[in-house]
Design a protein around this ligand. Structure first.
Ligand SMILES: Cc1cc2nc3c(=O)[nH]c(=O)nc-3n(C[C@H](O)[C@H](O)[C@H](O)COP(=O)(O)OP(=O)(O)OC[C@H]3O[C@@H](n4cnc5c(N)ncnc54)[C@H](O)[C@@H]3O)c2cc1C
Length: 455
């Protein structure tokens, strides 16, 4: 749609200094002509109208925590960081409305003040609420909903100049589509979430032999509130993480955790589980053939431990080391077979991988384009240190995942396009029809989303 003449520089409402935009992983960047940082829905609508009049496209950006090029634009980058904070709290029904650019960390802290929490979270808290919802972000646990499933209403600024609301009773068709919206239906201004009473989690982490773990994967997933495991390529061991939801106890017992144990855990995270990974990643990038040997060393360093903490602190871990990630959502019953084939591939090809492969699970989602739409899902995430090559491994693994009916996580690296994706989503045509209704001119599309959706 962009009709901007070369070199011409439009001026828009809420414009801020523009520069190179980079994703957290560093693998995606953009040089937008204009960056805007609107502070309310009126300014968002104004920007959309001005961009349309100038023949420019607009891409909203959250925290840039996606590894796929869902954000980049050469036209208008809409920074959502000023659309932040609580809109309203209904403590009785545990319904909370927040501005779309609120990060999950901020959200959790705000909810804690009201005795509330989000039922399930990913392993990082830096992404924004709208960004997380856009790509179908998940945590782990077969009985616990993903972020998009917890959404009960949204308010969306559309290219036609309207602020459209949708909920389970008003425009439920739009809510179904907007649960995983890819940033192509409009600019999300606020999101209402069904929260739960605040809770604590007990976390138990163990080193276990990989073989038995993979054979009993479904049972282990069904037997825990939140279960995941990570396998270090080059080893036959895995690191399991089991989170159990604790009952609410009298005030004396519900201190989040003893400060000493939390301080020790943070030190352990920072020194053993993160700096060691970083250090080994750097050594590995100098001496590639040694990486799997280094993985054996790291795998030994990750010892068993147990601790209790408030839910959002236990769900998330610090991630000071940048990496690139590809993750696939597989039918739960195919996940163990896909993992075995992946392991054979790594052993056969001898890829040097400096980060573990992680396996998680989630229940079916209702979002039309949720990778977990309509089925219990096993997620397999591949990671590689940012400065090391990942393309060959990710591509070969993708063939395995695709053969098992896998759907890519929209925010991670993959090579699927509309032709591969459309047959995998029963709600595909319904989503495309709604997108056309809300944005007939394609104001919100970039090259990547055009390719993904075939428009
Ligand atoms: C360290 C790390 C850990 C991660 N852990 C997990 C995990 O445990 N589980 C998981 O599923 N994923 C995980 N991810 C992936 C991440 O959650 C998703 O890619 C998520 O979409 C990123 O959110 P964001 O706020 O950074 O959005 P961005 O990456 O900035 O944008 C994502 C999409 O949202 C759209 N968007 C953002 N704001 C708006 C808005 N207000 N209105 C309309 N569209 C909008 C953008 O246009 C884009 O299409 C992780 C990523 C990192 C870097």
């Amino acid at each position: 749609m962009s009709t901007r003449a070369q070199g011409e520089r439009p001026s828009l409402t809420a414009e801020v200094r523009s520069g190179t935009w980079r994703s957290w992983g560093g693998n995606v960047s953009a040089e937008p002509a204009v960056t805007v940082r609107p502070e309310d829905s009126d300014q968002v609508l104004q920007v959309l109208a001005e961009a349309a009049a100038a023949g420019l496209t607009v891409r909203p950006a959250g925290s840039g925590h996606s590894w796929s090029p869902v954000v980049p634009t050469e036209d208008v980058l809409l920074d959502t960081s000023a659309l932040s904070g609580l809109v309203s709290v209904d403590t009785e029904r545990q319904l909370v409305t927040v501005f779309a650019g609120t990060t999950l960390h901020e959200l959790s802290r705000l909810l804690e003040e009201h005795g509330l929490a989000v039922a399930n979270l990913p392993d990082s808290g830096h992404m924004t609420v709208a960004g997380a919802v856009a790509t179908g972000m998940h945590g782990t646990g077969l009985g616990q909903p993903s972020m998009a499933e917890q959404v009960t209403a949204m308010s969306i600024a559309t290219p036609s100049g309207e602020l459209v609301s949708c909920s389970e009773t008003h425009r439920p068709d739009l809510l179904r589509a907007a649960r995983v919206h890819l940033g192509v239906l409009g600019v999300v201004v606020s999101v209402t979430l069904q929260c739960v009473s605040s809770f604590r989690l007990h976390c138990a982490e163990f080193r276990e032999p990989l073989a038995g773990l993979v054979d009993g994967m479904q049972e282990r997933m069904s037997g825990a509130d939140h279960f995941e495991f990570s396998w270090m390529p080059g080893t036959s061991m895995a690191h399991t993480r089991i989170l159990s939801r604790l009952h609410r106890l009298p005030q004396d017992y519900t201190r989040p955790a003893s400060p000493i144990s939390r301080a020790l855990r943070r030190a352990d995270d920072a020194v053993l589980r993160t700096s060691l990974t970083a250090g080994l990643g750097r050594v590995g990038s100098l001496l590639p053939r040694t990486v799997n040997g280094l993985n054996r060393l790291e795998s030994m360093a990750l010892s068993s431990r147990r601790y209790t903490d408030v839910s959002y602190r236990a769900f998330t871990t610090a991630r000071p080391v940048r990496y690139v990630c590809s993750e696939y959502a597989l039918p739960l019953e195919s996940t163990a077979d896909a993992f075995r084939e992946l392991r054979d591939l790594v052993d056969r090809k001898g890829y040097d991988l400096s980060f573990p492969v992680t396996v998680r699970c989630s229940p079916p989602d209702r979002g039309l384009l949720s990778p977990a739409a309509g089925r219990y899902t096993g997620w397999i995430a591949l990671r590689q240190y940012g400065r090391r090559p990942h393309e060959g491994f990710f591509r070969a693994a993708e063939e395995i995942f695709a053969a098992h009916g896998g759907r890519p996580h929209w925010g991670t690296v993959h090579t699927r396009t509309a032709a591969d994706l459309a047959p995998q989503y029963p709600g595909w045509d319904e989503f495309l029809a709604l997108r056309t209704e809300l944005d007939p001119q394609g104001l919100l599309l970039n090259a990547h989303t055009r390719e993904l959706l075939g428009v």
